[in-house]
Structures are given as structure tokens and as C-alpha cells.
Design a protein around this ligand. Structure first.
Ligand code: ATP
Length: 432
């Protein structure tokens, strides 16, 4: 398996405009990140591939988009107010703070000092709604997108006329006041989730759980992640959340080891039952065919968009040794690449011709980029780092033969293709 230094990837992300530290000019703020021009496109592509896969291609999953701030009672019902906590310990000597379950001994990993007893720390960000700053106006920024799906279960089910089994999907920001944000965007305090809750009859839990585990692993390979870098890890009995009858994590081999990318959980009827109890509303389901009334059970697929993006970058990243040289290349799948094709003029006299070609491709729906700042070798290297699968160069011969040089990012091979056939060539390569 490939080993590399995460710092190299972090600096590439900054250099090429994928990801910046938030508020960098003020020294940054720990656990918050901003996406630049390439990062935002990569993120949009991944989110849209998730939505296509989970909602658009299926007749039995519908979408929704809820508020980030919900009624505080919803977070009591979900159990977050009481138990969405991590144990926190401090070093009595150097004052460093850790998550209690992540330090192995009672001595500080940094200085060897003695650690305090663990205290439970609630990870939800608090805020106040309205002008009064007191406990009656206290609210939370959502720590997951899932709860609003449960809260809206009846609204969505009735209006979409879905019958069980069916799912509700949502993507959006979540906030967790992590004790120790780290590993770049892997663990941050503000991040985006892509979650789907699939409502089933209690007798069908096992079947659907297995189905979704398989579907989700397959999706990661569709966005270009190598199967051998993914593995499934079943939670041990002691590790299971109190409501769960089974959880499988999809893990990826990051530069900092095997880590969770997505959790797929059999949540039983815990969520809907709790919301029935706390709201006093009937959220049960009446099956018109069997005449049975029951509280639906839930299979959840819960993925992190930023974490998936980091995985896509890590999996694509390569420092390649060439004969007399080396290069850094992102072997992104064309399905997610922020730029699919770059166009260069070989000489400034050819600027207009190259610009015209780039515009034509752009208006035909390709994600393009025009560049003429630097020698051709440097332009190629820049696009290798951006993950651009193809570069086209317009040269003096192009004026005669109406063809351009097409350079392949991965093989670095070049071939001459007639301009009239470029769109077809690219579409074939991108599987469009
Ligand atoms: P952990 O135990 O690592 O804190 P978790 O098991 O509580 O995480 P879940 O609540 O299952 O995480 O969240 C579902 C998904 O949301 C995770 O698999 C991950 O992709 C993403 N996620 C959760 N917390 C963060 C975070 N702080 N930063 C980025 N992504 C996150």
C-alpha cells in the first residue's frame, strides 16, 4: 500500500487552490477549512455523484434539505443533549488537551506529565435564538443531518407517497466542537455530511443492512477509489451505540492509518420511537396492503463529504519518479476531476486560436481551463497537480492540419487528434 507524507498533500492543496486554512490571514482557526476554486468543484462533483447514486437513480429514495438549527427538544429526544460527549483529559504540566479514549496511558504523550481525570464534554455547538441570551433561548447547531430526517419522517412519507421500504437522503453542514481536530480535513469542527435513512419493516432489517453495505462500498469505487484501500470493519458488541443492532464502518487506509470513512448502522426503531415519545405525535406507519401498523426500523448510511474528498485526494496522490525528473500527480477519476481538459497555445501568437478552442469545449459542457503562463513543461506539471486528465496544445502545425496534441496525464503519452474529433475523443474517455 502507498505511504506518503500528509503534509505534502496539504501543501499541494494550498498551492493549487483546493483547500486553505480558514481565516489564514488572522493566523487560522483550529478545525475550520475553506475550499478554493478547485476544491469547491471537486466537492460539488462528489456530492452530486452521491445524490445521483442515492436519490436520482432510485425510485425509493427521496431527498430533503432541513435547517441547521432545529428545536432543542429534537436533540433531547435523539440523546445528543445527554450523551453526545467525548471524555476530555488535560496534561497538568504542559496543559495539552486530549480525547480520553485516544491516549493510551495516564501520562501525557507530548511531555510525559500527569493527566487529569476524564470529564465528559458535550460536542454540540450552542447558540441563542432571538434577543434573549438565557437558557430558554438556547439552541444547537446540528451535529448530524440525520435527526431532521426522522423529525420530518411523516411529512416526507405522506407528501412523497412513498411506501415502506423507502429512504430519505440529505446532504449538508454539521458542526461538532471536537476536542482535538486533526489530520487536515479528516476531523474538523465544521464539515458536510451525506446521510440516508432507509425505513423498513422490522423483519427486513438484516436484508437491507447487507444490501446497503454492499451498495456503499461499490459507490466509493465508482468515484475512483481503489478497492484494496477500503475495508469493512464490524463494530464489536461493546462498541455499538446503545440503539444499534449492528454497525459496519467502511474504512480507508489514510497516511495516518485505517480510519472510518462512513458508518452503516442498523438503528432499529430507536429514533422514531424517541421522537414519538418526546413530541407526542404518532410517527408510526400503516401498511395499506397488510393492514399492519408499526414503527418503522431504520438502516442508516452516514458519510462525510470532506472526509470522502480527502480520501479521493489521498488515493489519487502520487509522487512519480521519472527518468531524469520527478513529478507530483493527482490521478483523479475524470468523473470527479475539477478540470477535465486544459488548453494551451504553444506560442503567444496562437493565443486566440487556443482560447477559441477552450471556449468551444467549455460551452459544450466540458470542465475546461486555459493557461498560457509558462513553458509547456511547466503547464503540464501544473495540470498534473490539479488532476486534469487531458491537456491540449495548439501549435503552429495546428494552423495547417487542424489538429492538436493531446497529452494523457497518466501515461504522459501524446497523440495528434483532429480538432473536429476532440469532443468525441473526450466523451469516450470520460464514459459520457
Ligand atoms: P468519531 O468516533 O471518529 O468521532 P463518529 O463515529 O462519531 O466519529 P459519525 O457520527 O458516525 O462519526 O459520523 C458519520 C460520518 O461523518 C463519519 O463517518 C465521517 O465521515 C463524518 N464525520 C464525523 N465527524 C467528523 C468530523 N469531525 N470531521 C469530518 N467528518 C466527520
Amino acid at each position: 500500500m502507498k505511504e506518503f507524507d500528509l503534509n505534502q498533500l496539504i501543501s499541494l492543496c494550498k498551492r493549487r487552490g483546493f483547500i486553505f486554512q480558514d481565516s489564514e490571514i488572522y493566523g487560522g482557526i483550529n478545525g475550520f477549512w475553506d475550499y478554493g476554486p478547485l476544491g469547491v468543484e471537486l466537492k460539488r462533483n462528489i456530492r452530486s455523484m452521491w445524490w445521483k447514486e442515492m436519490v436520482e437513480k432510485r425510485g425509493n429514495v427521496v431527498g430533503m434539505d432541513s435547517s441547521i438549527i432545529n428545536h432543542p427538544r429534537a436533540w433531547e429526544a435523539s440523546g445528543h443533549v445527554e450523551s453526545f460527549t467525548d471524555p476530555m483529559v488535560d496534561c497538568k504540566v504542559c496543559k495539552k488537551r486530549y480525547r480520553g479514549d485516544e491516549v493510551e496511558s495516564d501520562k501525557c504523550p507530548a511531555c510525559g506529565g500527569e493527566l487529569t481525570e476524564a470529564r465528559q464534554f458535550n460536542l454540540m455547538f450552542r447558540t441563542f435564538v432571538g434577543a434573549n441570551v438565557d437558557s430558554s433561548s438556547e439552541a444547537f447547531l446540528r451535529p448530524e443531518t440525520a435527526q431532521a430526517i426522522f423529525v420530518n419522517f411523516k411529512n416526507v412519507q405522506e407528501t412523497s407517497r412513498q411506501k415502506i421500504p423507502f429512504g430519505i437522503a440529505q446532504t449538508g453542514k454539521s458542526f461538532r466542537n471536537e476536542i482535538n481536530p486533526r489530520n487536515f480535513i479528516f476531523r474538523s469542527r465544521e464539515f458536510e455530511q451525506m446521510e440516508m435513512e432507509f425505513f423498513v419493516h422490522p423483519d427486513e432489517r438484516k436484508k437491507w443492512f447487507e444490501y446497503w453495505v454492499e451498495q456503499r462500498v461499490e459507490w466509493y469505487t465508482k468515484i475512483g477509489i481503489k478497492r484494496e484501500n477500503l475495508k469493512l470493519r464490524e463494530h464489536e458488541k461493546e462498541e455499538l451505540a446503545h440503539y444499534s443492532d449492528g454497525t459496519v464502518d467502511i474504512e480507508y487506509y489514510f497516511p495516518f492509518g485505517w480510519q472510518e470513512l462512513e458508518g452503516i448502522a442498523d438503528r432499529g426503531d430507536f429514533d422514531l420511537s424517541r421522537h414519538i415519545e418526546f413530541s407526542g405525535k404518532d410517527l408510526s406507519y400503516f401498511d395499506p396492503f397488510t393492514q399492519e401498523k408499526f414503527t418503522p426500523n431504520v438502516i442508516e448510511t452516514s458519510a462525510g463529504l470532506d472526509r470522502t474528498l480527502l480520501t479521493v485526494l489521498a488515493d489519487a496522490y502520487e509522487e512519480e519518479q521519472l527518468e531524469n525528473d520527478s513529478r507530483t500527480v493527482l490521478r483523479l477519476s475524470p468523473a470527479v476531476a475539477p478540470i477535465q481538459v486544459a488548453v494551451f497555445p504553444l506560442h503567444k501568437k496562437l493565443k486566440e486560436n487556443a482560447e477559441k478552442l477552450e471556449e468551444d469545449l467549455r460551452l459544450s459542457g466540458f470542465k475546461t481551463f486555459y493557461d498560457d503562463k509558462g513553458a509547456i513543461g511547466r503547464l503540464y506539471r501544473r495540470q498534473d497537480e490539479a488532476g486534469t486528465p487531458y491537456c491540449l496544445t495548439f501549435d503552429f502545425d495546428s494552423l495547417e492540419d487542424n489538429a492538436v496534441t493531446v497529452r494523457d496525464r497518466d501515461s504522459m503519452e501524446q497523440e495528434r487528434i483532429n480538432i473536429s474529433q476532440i469532443k468525441e475523443f473526450l466523451s469516450k474517455k470520460f464514459g459520457a
